[in-house]
Design a protein around this ligand. Sequence first.
Ligand code: UD1
Ligand code: CA
Length: 466
Amino acid sequence: MTAVDVVVMAAGKGTRMKSRIPKVLHKLGGRPLIQHVIATAQALDARRTIVITGHGADGVEDFLRQSATAGGRAVPDFVRQEPQLGTGHAVQQVVPVLPDDGIALILNGDVPLVRPATLQALIDRCAGERLALLTVQMADPTGYGRIVRSGDAVQAIVEHKDASESQRRIGEVYTGFMAVPSARLKNWLSRLTNDNAQGEYYLTDIVQLAVQDGCEVVASPAVEQVEVDGVNSPVQLAELERAFQLRQARALMEQGVRLADPARFDLRGSLQCGQDVEIDVNCVFEGEVSLGDNVRIGPNCVIANARIAAGAVLQAFTHIEGEKLGVEVGEGALIGPFSRLRPGAKLGPEVHIGNFVEVKNSTLARGAKANHLAYLGDAQVGERVNYGAGSITANYDGANKSRTVIEADVHVGSNCVLVAPVTVRAGGTIGAGSVINKDTEPGKLTVARARQATIAGWTRPKKQAK
Ligand code: UD1
Ligand code: CA
């Protein structure tokens, strides 16, 4: 087996994006375009990955360096192409770092949806000796390089701007992907000229050189158009986003996940699902999310970096953002509608969190409930606690965060402020409207508010005559 070295072209400007962000860093499914390409290359067990950068090179290289390091993967090699004198000139920059004994697999940093199997087929067609081109039939091939054949044999790729009228009628086009023996590639690259309509060094001119040298050129057709579609504009980015989301939605449905509408589903990361999971419309999943058996997600939920245990129900408009600490929702918990779970919210089994309740960096034990309009931050909440509407933990004194402990079976009335650090002992009850800043006694009622009084002889003020 010949080793495969991946070359990713990512120096181009992407003028039509009309953005300051380098094109290959625009996101699809929550990840930059180029990361999709690199991930696909990794699935092929490539020996090395070389990325050609130019426009926005620092940003692109920094991103790839950081994401590889964070993911425990090898950082790709970078070569710079400055100025950009065409695709052939781009690949010429790779020559010093490309080993001679492998197959060079040339990919486009802005074509995110190509599948590993398609590239593997291209590598297999190359087999270390042929020039293998990935091609596709297009109804409107305007702008693309045409595959010119004589009989069956590929003779050349002719760029649209250089093509004759009859060549422009050819529907078979070059997709920008090829697999080529590296030693031969280097030889052909050294012979490129820029004698063409755009005055550029075309990588595609190596096809004629291969034919001249008696090297077999094969065209390997792509199965699906969307695999070879590039991103040049926000419109194309949005189109590929939908194609990508549909691909992910299908894969989940094939595993048995029931999506109310695959066209209204967005996954920007990874989603693990157990059996009999149901997801209603317009939900967005980000980062790493797992859903246990029988989990039901209502419409319009946003869920990032969370583990939802079996049988939990998230009702409409629930917002969960686990960030680095993560969020855990226990078995059979009932969350929402309109609940907000923030980093470090760890909810045990059968916990209920209702509308307009925010939980941050807090653990709630089995059966605890906070059903309406409340805040729990930096708190430890025991089993079966009932936390009243409008109550909050005052966990921040303007400088430091402190913890609140609410032991098992406590009832906190409505509109209470628990001023941390403070402990409410087991089985205690806190009267509505209390401000609690000292630890309370177990099993007792604690009230900390002014007594109600009726003022005798009081009359409402009257408007003075002027
Ligand atoms: C290229 C092909 C064309 C093919 C089409 C498929 C050539 C000459 N033509 O055309 O046959 O049908 O792709 O999309 O190769 N790039 C650089 N440095 C440069 C120029 C481009 O790194 O100097 C990168 C771009 O960032 C991009 C890729 O190469 O990732 C392709 O460049 P692009 O300008 O899109 O090529 P096309 O002219 O569209
Ligand atoms: Ca292009």
